[in-house]
Design a protein around this ligand. Structure first.
Ligand SMILES: [Zn+2]
Length: 586
């Protein structure tokens, strides 16, 4: 190579962020806001829902609800602020610490979906206060959010109605008045009354059951939850069969689906407990302990004919579309089998990354969905090595992220999400695919063992609580070995622009006189965003070393450096390939 050649490539290595301090909700409620003031230190719900028979017919939608919320205050607010969607919930009365409140002491704003309760006297902090709300609810029959009604044709050709739930990101407030934000982790005591012949499923196991009207109806009291994020709650009432595994490490693993799909549960029953075992080992936090020190915690997987998400990570009750949860060896393709495994790998990983450790706010949704997407591939490495899931990751997720992130409207992994529209916009390939790609880059430049060690300490330190990017970065950064990855700055500095800025670097490579030099520019072309530069781990192989599988960085491109020399090629037919395997490990 004697002439100067110039080419550019997408730098499909990704790193991570260092977040600025999370600005959460303040202690005072701002009129017109839908955010809950940060004044609560503990919240427990006793929720009682009663679904009459006619909910499971053509027209019935009404149910009755009663919720007792017990809370402690860090600071005394002027009002108690929580969420309720007036289109679905009609409040009948509210009692505050055993005092019945006049109707002008509470109001629901239909726009902000805020329920504002005036307290009858000055409150004391750090004491328990009880709010009892009786209400009438409506199940949804027009979309697949909140608690909705749908139907299918059963084994006898009859229409069979069922109820299923989809709460993320802000639909629990359609079902009961609540603090509908991810950082308000709470304990739930739930009782549900429904038809005697149907399955009534919840996040926890049944504690006790009462027959009503000689079996026509039944009341199920469920075991209490641990402190869990509200959006991971789930309720299902359906005329399904459930099949349970025998003799596995997870003794209470069940798959529930329509009665006509009895023969398609085996693959899910086979790999489900193995995947939970994999994550228990990977995180060093056993799934059995998810609900504290009770007996080993159960997992139900519920395959629903009509569901918005391919899969949903309800705590202990993963739900999803039939096609994403069940594999029929007689009818389904190998690709479908892989899809089912990926759905389970994704949703089960959330039991740790998302449920046990939760992002404080939707602005950092990648802290949940980046992990879910990452493990959708890498959670299957041990179980299905022949599938070579990493190659699928590059084509399906990384390239998807590169395409999305090159649009001028792209968002950073961490971006402001004040309104409900902002929150919905976070459910994009940036949070999922870019989040996963950046995690993958970190894995390779830290080294796989150090990456896992960082995640183990992250889970251990923040279990049952909520986090920001800063917490994840500190846990991973503590494992960085600069001798190994030759990083030119501390981990937080390296990661900052990957998390807080949109776009990614395009790396230009120049070959003047066989001297290889590189530079970077943003994939975005206009405004301040186009000026951003990143710390980029550089891997390469040449015609001399032919080591294309070495993913340890050989140098770093820094934001302030221009055209550093990468290598000197000996001339002739020599060559260089940068970004080995589109990975970037150090
Ligand atoms: Zn997910």
């Amino acid at each position: 190579m004697s002439e100067t050649n110039t080419f550019s490539m997408d730098m499909s290595i990704w790193i991570f962020v260092i977040a600025t301090i999370f600005v959460g909700s303040s202690a005072t409620y701002t009129k017109g806001s839908s955010r809950i003031p940060d004044v609560y230190e503990a919240i427990t719900y006793n929720l009682d829902l009663n679904f009459p028979e006619d909910v499971f017919t053509d027209n019935g939608r009404r149910f009755s609800g009663k919720v007792m919320i017990t809370l402690k205050l860090k600071e005394v607010p002027d009002h108690i602020i929580l969420h309720a969607d007036k289109n679905y919930i009609t409040i009948q009365n509210i009692t505050f610490n055993d005092l019945a409140l006049p109707q002008d002491y509470y109001e629901v704003d239909i726009e902000t979906q805020v329920l504002k309760i005036k307290t009858p006297y000055s409150l004391e902090p750090h004491l328990n206060h009880h709010i009892l709300i009786n209400y009438e609810g409506l199940v949804e029959d027009n979309d697949l959010f909140g608690l909705y009604k749908s139907s299918y044709t059963d084994e006898n050709g009859n229409k069979s109605y069922f109820l299923a739930s989809q709460f993320p990101p802000f639909y629990a407030r359609r079902v009961f008045p609540c603090f509908d934000e991810p950082s308000f982790k709470s304990v739930f005591y739930v009782t549900i009354q429904g038809p005697g012949k149907m399955q009534i499923l919840f996040n926890t196991d049944k504690h006790s059951e009462e027959d009503v009207d000689y079996g026509r109806s039944k009341i199920i009291h469920f075991e209490p939850t641990e402190k869990i994020p509200l959006y991971t709650l789930g309720f299902q009432i359906l005329d399904f069969n459930c099949t349970k595994t025998e003799g596995t490490q997870i003794p209470q693993f069940r798959v529930c689906s329509r009665k006509t799909t009895d023969s398609t549960r085996n693959f899910t029953l086979d790999i489900g407990p193995k995947l939970l075992g994999y994550y228990s080992n990977f995180t060093d936090y056993d799934y059995c302990n998810m609900m504290g020190n009770k007996n080993c915690y159960k997992m139900d997987v519920v395959a629903i004919p009509d569901y918005f998400s391919g899969g949903l990570e309800n705590w202990g009750m993963v739900s999803g579309r039939e096609t994403d949860i069940l594999y029929d060896p007689k009818l389904s393709s190998e690709k479908n089998k892989q899809r089912v495994a990926q759905t389970l790998a994704h949703e089960f990983s959330h039991q740790w990354f998302g449920n046990l450790v939760t992002m404080k706010w939707w602005s950092e949704l990648y802290l949940s969905e980046g992990f879910g997407t990452y493990f959708e591939y890498f959670g299957l490495e041990e179980l299905f090595p022949d599938w070579k899931m990493e190659t699928h990751f590059v084509t399906e997720q990384m390239h998807n992220a590169l395409q999305e992130d090159a649009s001028e409207s792209t968002l950073a992994l961490k971006s402001i999400s004040d309104t409900r529209d902002d929150i919905v916009a976070k459910f994009s390939p940036i949070s999922y695919s870019k989040g996963a790609a950046v995690l993958r880059m970190v894995r390779y430049f830290l080294g796989s063992q150090r990456f896992r060690a960082g995640l183990r300490s992250y889970i251990q330190k923040y279990k049952y609580s909520s986090v920001t990017s800063k917490d994840l970065m500190q846990a991973l950064g503590a494992e960085m070995d600069k001798k190994f990855c030759i990083a030119p700055a501390d981990f937080q500095t390296v990661m900052e622009n990957w998390i807080n800025e949109p776009g990614y670097p395009i790396i230009n490579v120049k070959l003047p006189e066989d001297l290889v030099t590189i530079s970077q520019k943003s994939c975005l072309s206009s405004g301040e965003k186009a000026k951003v530069k990143w710390y980029v781990p550089i891997t390469y192989t040449t015609s001399q070393d032919k080591n294309e599988f070495d993913t340890k960085p050989r140098l770093w491109l820094t934001p302030n450096e221009y055209y550093p020399t990468v290598a000197k090629l000996p001339g002739g037919n020599s060559w260089i390939i940068l970004n080995n395997n589109q990975i970037g490990e150090c």
